[in-house]
Design a protein around this ligand. Structure first.
Ligand SMILES: N[C@@H](CCC(=O)N[C@@H](CS)C(=O)NCC(=O)O)C(=O)O
Length: 412
């Protein structure tokens, strides 16, 4: 692709811009002033005394300004090589360039039950859709007292860290300190386990504070445990998000939704070749079309009953327009363009206690500020108006799709 002078001017260091290229003063209506009585513009500021090393080397080699074509080709090749290096470590891919998500290290299929020998503690991060699943099921099941939570915040290097105090913003959960172990980073918490740990320190992570052990760091196992394994101390034990008669259908939906939508958006965003992206984006949008059609005739994925499959789909949908549509190049459509899917998302958002788990500001901050390889300029776009709480609270009228009156009952 050739670069037009317009592109080149974007890269020019303003310190070295001569007066001829500076914008001329404009009148109130935007047209350049031509008055001869206009005082001359002030001279450009002098170059800094101690320029940064890159600027210093550049000046030494090429004088005051690097030839634009050279600047672009140099930056392009070094950035491209560095980008592939970073991506191969942060988002491993197969030989075709398709993102392959690493598997979780700690799986717990066995229900812990209510053993008095366990003291569960949940570690989450607000941007993370997998962690968000656990926050929602914890709230719906009324497990806030049984499973206290510590909310990590994404550090500048992409790892999870804890703040000294919680700064309350809005009626949402906010990042704060590690109230179980007093650690500064999630990595330190993982390392506290007997035998230590050297793998990825991911959220969500369920910790047993009595045994000082990682119970599980796979979101689906954690939500299954929250749904049925802790009913003796749950505030809402009667809510079953995975009734035995629905298990097969829930599994069938998960097998479609996980690879094509939940992980599908990541496969778009982390693709390292055009082919890998094309495959991921086609699978994602063909599945969204299928879901939109299905949800035109059913209130939830499995009919009238909210299940774990809906929670898993919801946490991706709520991030779609503010994040994935832009940052992960899921651009074919916005979620708001899907009438049924968007109504379905609002239906779940409006279930009592769910909106309170959705901190969209923290979600946007997390993705745009932390996924440096995808957003090196570090600029967070403004929140799309369709993601404001007022819009998400718009009536959805999806009760009419239920054969029985079946609003999810949530107890405080
Ligand atoms: N399969 C895991 C995925 C968890 C995951 O990838 N979490 C990300 C945040 S969205 C993380 O903590 N990444 C940190 C890292 O890889 O070091 C689950 O569903 O729980």
């Amino acid at each position: 692709m050739s670069c037009t002078p317009l592109h080149i001017s974007t890269f020019r260091n303003p310190i070295h811009t001569n007066r001829a290229t500076q914008p001329r003063p404009t009148s109130r209506h935007g047209s350049p002033r031509t008055s001869l009585t206009q005082p001359p513009p002030p001279p450009p500021p002098p170059p800094p005394q101690n320029p940064d090393p890159i600027t210093a080397i550049t000046r030494l080699l090429w004088g005051k300004s690097l030839p634009p074509q050279l600047l672009i080709s140099t930056v392009r090749s070094t950035w491209s090589a560095t980008w592939h290096l970073m991506m191969s470590q942060l988002a491993p891919s197969d030989p075709s360039g398709s993102y392959t998500r690493p598997t979780s290290q700690f799986r717990s299929k066995s229900s812990l039950g209510q053993s008095p020998d366990t003291a569960l503690h949940l570690y989450v991060g607000l941007p993370c859709p997998w962690a968000h699943r656990t926050l929602i099921v914890r709230s719906l099941k009324g497990l806030e007292d049984t499973v206290p939570v510590s909310i990590a915040s994404p550090g500048i290097d992409g790892s999870w860290e804890f703040l000294d105090t919680t700064v309350r913003v809005g009626d949402y959960p906010n990042p704060g300190p590690d109230t179980a172990n007093g650690c500064k980073t999630l990595r330190e918490v993982y390392k506290l386990r007997r035998g230590g740990y050297d793998g990825r320190s991911t959220v969500p992570m369920l910790w047993d504070a009595k045994r000082k052990e990682v119970v599980c760091n796979e979101s689906y196992d954690i939500i299954e445990l929250f749904n049925s394994g802790l009913n003796r101390s749950a505030g809402n034990p009667d809510l079953d998000l995975s009734p035995p008669s629905f298990k097969t259908r829930i599994d069938e939906w998960n097998q479609i939704i996980y690879p094509r939508v939940n992980n599908g958006v990541y496969r778009c965003g982390f693709a390292q070749s055009q082919e890998a992206y094309d495959i991921a984006v086609n699978e994602l949008f063909s599945t969204l079309e299928l879901l939109d059609e299905h949800l035109g005739g059913a209130r939830y994925l499995c009919g009238d009953t909210l299940t774990l499959a809906d929670i898993c789909l919801f946490t991706t949908l709520i991030r779609f327009d503010p994040v994935y549509n832009v940052l992960f190049k899921c651009t074919r459509k916005k979620l708001i363009e899907y009438q049924n899917l968007h109504g379905y998302m609002r239906d779940i958002y409006q279930i009592p206690k769910v909106a309170a788990t959705c901190n969209l500001g923290a979600i946007m901050d997390g993705y745009y500020k932390i996924l440096f390889p995808l957003n090196p300029g570090n600029i967070r776009p403004s929140m799309p108006s369709c993601c404001e709480h007022e819009v998400l609270s718009d009536p959805h009228n999806r009760e009419t799709l239920s054969l029985v009156e079946n609003n999810v009952q949530v107890y405080a």
